[in-house]
Design a protein around this ligand. Structure first.
Ligand SMILES: Nc1nc2c(ncn2[C@@H]2O[C@H](COP(=O)(O)OP(=O)(O)OP(=O)(O)O)[C@@H](O)[C@H]2O)c(=O)[nH]1
Ligand SMILES: [Mg+2]
Length: 447
């Protein structure tokens, strides 16, 4: 099967390098800047299927003076020659090394490619300089597919008319920053219609669909394992240790914070948004510094804080009311921590066993689930050319905090499901394997 070589061409600053980044899932490719002539040389990048190259993409410098090149071609070459002859003549001339060096690089690459994507900034009116560009490019006699960038809220009628007059009927719209997976598939599909042999693009499309599906499942699997790990986490104290409650709360919260960061890192890596660490200084990651135990954050998701949290103590933690028992002394101490509002002290203190269990409460589990799913959603709609901060707070939760999925309730009776209870990560992961599958399918129903 022959590798398809595809040049990305267009006027300067239209988002060619951005398109490359997004199609390559690589935010480090090339240089992206809101300025003319950012890319100075042709740069190759390969999309392969693990074994062989499917598509070779070539980023090219922006065209700045196609009008000048067209004038030169009209003055210096004969109209009796065909386009390729005229362009070849131009490329051999001195001007192709000097005045029009940037333009020459583009034309040389286009002649060497199977076809081109012509990137258009859809916000721009149809100016004569763009028409000149298309004329010069068309002389290379390669199939060209226009790709509209910056399409949001843009009317592209005028552009479409101009392109149709030049027999460019097939085009794609593709925002390189607000990524739309189906939009990308349409781009490859449209491209395939212009080729005599579409096998390589069919293979690419199949591969991309499989990868996309697999990533989604892997991401949800990470999320499910994380939530179960946290739900199964518990700490027990006996009656003489009530004074340690604040310290244990701190400890439990810290562990959960760490795990959440780990999860976020896993998700970022999965979708090839590489960041070494999630810290406040990283411009793209400010949303990650919001503390999951911040009650304001709960409010922004419409989640009601547990009673303890409402009273300003035991934020994010629940006391196990089913198995809990404690001495009156301990109950009073905790009652003090809870601001005296816990309802069933009498009942609870009657169930004397001397042991109380602390776990992460429903509100926090729901918040963690909501944030994880929000992040996943952001990563699935973020182009690798995006440069703005990652924000994720949809305000939506995958379930209501008083209707936790059963499997998370069940996790509370299975301490072996959590690596935070002294089991190794490998062991805990194995123990909760089935439970995680169960939760993945629930997460898939809401997303
Ligand atoms: N909002 C938004 N900005 C974009 C999009 N595509 C590109 N940009 C911005 O547009 C500017 C130019 O993007 P580049 O990818 O460097 O453009 P280019 O065509 O490679 O530019 P040259 O190499 O100079 O010809 C950068 O500031 C990008 O961040 C898009 O789809 N949406
Ligand atoms: Mg560029």
């Amino acid at each position: 099967m022959k590798t398809l070589s595809l040049s990305v061409v267009g006027h300067t600053n239209t988002g060619k390098t951005s398109l490359m980044r997004t199609l390559l899932r690589n935010s480090d490719f090339g240089e992206v800047k809101n300025a003319a002539a950012t890319t100075r040389h042709v740069e190759e990048a390969i999309i392969n299927d693990g074994a062989e190259a499917l598509v070779k993409l070539y980023d090219t410098p922006g065209l700045e003076d196609a009008g000048g090149v067209l004038d030169w071609l009209e003055n210096e070459t004969s109209g009796k020659q065909d386009g390729i002859e005229r362009v070849t003549h131009f490329l051999a001339a001195d001007v192709a090394q000097t005045e029009f060096a940037q333009e020459a690089k583009v034309l040389r690459q286009l002649l060497a490619s199977d076809m081109a994507l012509y990137v258009i900034d859809a916000r721009e009116p149809v100016l004569p300089k763009y028409k000149d560009e298309l004329t010069v490019l068309s002389w290379c006699a390669k199939p060209i597919m226009p790709v509209f960038n910056f399409v949001k809220n843009q009317d592209i009628n005028e552009w479409q008319t101009m392109l149709a007059r030049r027999l460019l009927h097939v085009f794609a719209s593709f925002d390189t920053v607000a990524f739309d997976f189906e939009g990308e598939i349409r781009l490859w599909e449209n491209l395939a219609t212009m080729l005599p042999e579409r096998q390589v693009l069919d293979q690419l499309i199949t591969m991309r669909r499989q990868d996309w599906q697999k990533l989604d499942q892997q991401a949800k699997n990470h999320i499910a394992h994380f939530l179960i790990n946290v739900a199964a986490y518990k700490q027990q104290l006996d009656e003489t240790e009530s004074f340690r409650l604040p310290e244990i709360q701190q400890q439990m919260q810290d562990k959960v914070r760490q795990l959440e960061k780990q999860l976020q890192q896993q998700l970022l890596n999965l979708y090839a948004f590489y960041h070494n660490e999630l810290d406040a200084d990283d411009w793209a990651l400010q949303a990650f510094t919001q503390d999951p135990f911040d009650t304001e954050l709960l409010k922004s998701y419409g989640i009601r804080a547990s009673k303890g949290a409402a009273a300003g103590a035991l934020i994010g933690l629940g006391l196990d009311a089913l198995t809990m028992g404690m001495s009156l002394g301990a109950a009073t101490a905790i009652g003090g921590l809870l601001g005296g509002i816990a309802p069933n002290w009498q009942v609870l203190s009657d169930k004397l066993s001397g042991i109380q269990t602390l776990y992460i409460d429903n509100a926090t589990l729901t918040l963690l689930a909501a944030r994880a799913m929000d992040l996943l959603n952001v990563l699935q709609t973020r182009g690798h050319a995006a440069q703005d901060n990652i924000r994720f707070n949809s305000g939506n939760t995958p379930w209501s905090s008083d209707k936790l999925p059963n499997i998370l309730n069940k996790a509370r009776q299975n301490e072996k499901w959590s690596s935070l209870n002294g089991f190794s990560e490998t062991e805990a992961t194995q123990n909760r394997f089935q439970a995680a599958l169960n939760l993945v399918s629930q997460l898939s129903m809401t997303h």
